[in-house]
Design a protein around this ligand. Sequence first.
Ligand code: ARG
Length: 302
Amino acid sequence: MNPVPITLSPAGPAGPVRSARRARRRRYLLCPPEHFAVTYAINPWMDPDRPVDRAAALRQWRELAAVLRGLGHRVDLLGPEPGLPDMVFTANGATVVAGRVLVARFRHPQRAGESAAHRRWFAAARFGRVSTAAEVNEGEGDLLVAGRRILAASGFRTTPAAHREAEQVLGLPVVSLELTDPRYYHLDTALAVLDDSRVMYHPEAFAPPTRRLLRRLYPDAILADPADAAAFGLNAISDGRHVVLPAAARGLAEQVRAAGFVPVPVALPELLKAGGGPKCCVLELRSDERGGRVDGGAPRVA
Ligand code: ARG
C-alpha cells in the first residue's frame, strides 16, 4: 500500500500542489527518568531549588515512548543509573551514523558517567564500530545528521575540534554552526532536522555568520519565533512525515503542518525543568540499512 499523498495549500498557478512526506521507520534509544532530578545547574533552565516531580516525569516520558512506538518506530532502552539525573537525555550520549558509534565526552563532570553507560549499551547491543570522543562532544545534542551532512554546533558544549573528529569517525562532512544564546545551549534546542533537506530553526540563537550560512543552505527553512523557541518547540523529532514536538509550541506546529508535515504534540513539562524536551530524550540508532516506510511498505529493520 502506498502512502496517501497529502495536499498542500494554497493552490499554485498549476493547480493544487500534491506532496507526500514519507516517514522512514526509525530505531531510537531512550532511558526512563527513574533517577531524574535537578540537583545542579549547567544550563539556565535548571534551578535546583525548584521541586521536581519524578513520578510526573516518568508518566510524561512513558507517553513520549508510547507515541514513538505508536508511529511505528522501534524503541530500545538504556538502563537508568542512580547518581546520573540527566541520563534520560540519551541524545547527548552518542551519535550513530550507518552503524558507526561516536560515544560522547561530556563538558560537565556531573554527566561524565553517562559516557560509560552508553559505551556498555552499544557493546552489548553488538554495534561493531564504537569509539569514544577524545574532544568534548555532547552527541546528538550538538550533532544533527541532515541527509548527507552533519550540522554541528559549538559555543556552549561541543567544541570545534570535536566537529573535525566527528567528520573523521562518522564519515560525513560536518557543517559548523555557532550558538550564542545560553538558553539554547545545544543545537537540538535551536534547530530541528525535518528530513534530508529541510530544517526548522530559531535564527536569534545563532551567531550572525551562522545565520547567513543557514539561510544559504536552507532557503526554505521554517523559522521559529521567540515564543515557540522558548517553549522548546525546536526540540523536535521528525521521521520525515511526523514531527513530535512540545505541545506548547502551537504556532510552530501550524507552520510544520503548512509545510506538509504532521505535527504530533507531546508534553514533557517536568523534563523542561532540566532544560530538556522530546528530542533530548531520543538518540537515533542509524544502521547501515535504510529503514522501511512507516506508512508504506514493510519495514526492513526488525
Ligand atoms: N540538563 C541537561 C544538560 O544541561 C539537559 C540536556 C538536554 N539535552 C539535549 N539534547 N538538549 O546537559
